[in-house]
Design a protein around this ligand. Sequence first.
Ligand SMILES: Cc1cc2nc3c(=O)[nH]c(=O)nc-3n(C[C@H](O)[C@H](O)[C@H](O)COP(=O)(O)OP(=O)(O)OC[C@H]3O[C@@H](n4cnc5c(N)ncnc54)[C@H](O)[C@@H]3O)c2cc1C
Length: 409
Amino acid sequence: MTTRTNADVVVIGGGILGASIAWHLARAGVTDTVVVERNEVASGATAYTAGLVSLARTNRDALAMVRCTLGAIAELEASLGYSVGFHRTGTMRVAENGETSDGLENMVRLLSSTGIESRIIDGESAREMVPWLDSAVAHSIIHVAEDGYVDGHMLTSAYMRAARNAGVTLWTRTSALSVVRSGERIVGVETTRGRIGCKWLVDAAGTWAGDVLRWFGVELGAAPLRSHYWISAPVEERWRDIPVVFLPDARAYLRREGDGLLVGIQESVSRAFDARRLPADMSELTLTGEEDWELLANHAPRIRRCFPDFDELRYAHHIAGLTTYTPDGELLLGTFPGVEGLLLAGGCCGKGVSVSGGVGRIVADRILGHSALVDLDRLRPDRFGTDDPHSEAFVARCVDARANKGRRA
Ligand SMILES: Cc1cc2nc3c(=O)[nH]c(=O)nc-3n(C[C@H](O)[C@H](O)[C@H](O)COP(=O)(O)OP(=O)(O)OC[C@H]3O[C@@H](n4cnc5c(N)ncnc54)[C@H](O)[C@@H]3O)c2cc1C
């Protein structure tokens, strides 16, 4: 047991965001940081992620954040001297109608304006990359070479390893229990290892971030929703050696996983959970069941339009976890009026891995008083005012935001 009783910054949560924040702080010279994680590193939502990292976004701020993640990956690999599990496969998006096509063309324009290479490709080039694709259904197809996917556990461990190398302390198997305040100021946190004094408390507790906020009488403006995907049994190499393929009109994505394919679908109505009644360990939730096979079967006709042999896939795994969604699909990032020293980094909306680099940098900049990478006003954690996030109406807005993901990525 440690004897540490003080730190400049305490970060609650050793998921990808907590780890990135710790590393970005250390990189900026704030090494007097303690990360408090009640289970193990990357054991929350990060353990279940599909790990897609794509620059193809509809707004500049999200793009800037993903760019930071790719920059962080390169820097971590150079400094640690090993791979952090990023596969630069590129991504391909297939539009099946004019409206989706317009959206993709806007993405290409946005990427070009920021110097990122992306191209509209013809059906033949697409089939060379993805032999199972029926490109005849495509209205247009775009390809972004810098994109790919990453092993969420490996990247989190790398952020954490680099942070610890620089002097950051990690406490695993340690729960943060309550806050210690002096007037409006946070002065410390009670943990299962005892009290630790701090100047800043960062709530990076993922799906449980609301539990921490409730210490301050504040609610998290987001709902925990189920995200899930299937992993197929091995397929022939030419079928799996592909870029990440997004089929926005079929509401699906596919990428290689091991010797098989990973198939994710975007449900129009995701299962929602009560944030106040979650177990401390996500693995204790039953998130998959027999009925999900019917869900996949019902979704299959949409995917078959682009992947006529889709039914040949046999499945080995069905993976599910919870992610927090906000009603507008944007993160919750920043401070709260009347609470000095608290920063929230949450409301990831299924993109926490891809924006992790940006979130880490923004939090470090905020603590150091530097100007922000993006317009933080749009991400203010109190922007939903007094709306009750546990009400049916609020949760329904979060479910809608998830259903429309990709249209405003
Ligand atoms: C199935 C699935 C697929 C996904 N696919 C993608 C994708 O392709 N691309 C992408 O970018 N994102 C994806 N996501 C989303 C992404 O995984 C999450 O946004 C991200 O992992 C969230 O990271 P986090 O650090 O905020 O939360 P978490 O990983 O959940 O970490 C929070 C941590 O806080 C700890 N904690 C909570 N309360 C306390 C406490 N009181 N004391 C101490 N510790 C505490 C928890 O134990 C946990 O480890 C996916 C998610 C799922 C479930």
